[in-house]
Write a protein that binds this ligand. Structure first.
Ligand code: 5GP
Length: 141
């Protein structure tokens, strides 16, 4: 059985501490949203709580409530920014559940009718991602 404690050196904890860069699109007291570097759709972003928890399994009711409010806000923003007709929310728990980064996060993926998600694990073009982030910020404004 793997240990299920929070590792403060996970990549998203480093992003929260400003130790590694991220293309941020939204931030409030409790949550942060930034672009996924391996986007499976144009506008693919991640929403995380600022406080530590591994995933859905150890999150507090407050963490879940605040992060879901941000997920809803960002879902509307990506749909507006990309003229999307829908949005897919993905969230994985523990390695067996598909989780790779062990700080709770929700994937927000704008979709149009017939859109297929790109395969996982393909690095995006950072200039293109920066442009998409700008579209999302404008939709939030
Ligand atoms: P998951 O844990 O949900 O399976 O996958 C983690 C997600 O984080 C993947 O979609 C991956 O592309 C993304 N990711 C991994 N490392 C980084 C990083 O350093 N910066 C950003 N912005 N995203 C990352």
């Amino acid at each position: 059985m793997p240990t299920m404690t929070y590792d403060p050196d996970n990549i998203f904890a480093k992003i929260l501490r400003g130790e590694i860069p991220a293309t941020k699109v939204y931030e409030d007291d409790e949550t942060l949203a930034f672009m996924d570097i391996m986007p499976r759709a144009d506008g693919h972003l991640l929403v995380i709580p600022k406080t530590p928890c591994r995933n859905l399994l150890d999150a507090s009711p407050d963490q879940l409530a605040t992060v879901m409010q941000a997920v809803q806000k960002l879902s509307h923003a990506v749909m507006k920014a990309f003229g999307a007709e829908g949005v897919t929310i993905q969230q994985f728990n523990e390695a067996a559940g598909g989780q790779e980064v062990f700080h709770l996060h929700f994937h927000v993926l704008p979709r149009r009718e017939g859109d297929r998600l790109r395969p996982p694990g393909q690095m995006g073009d950072m200039e293109v991602i920066a442009g998409h982030a700008e579209q999302i910020r404008a939709a939030l404004a």
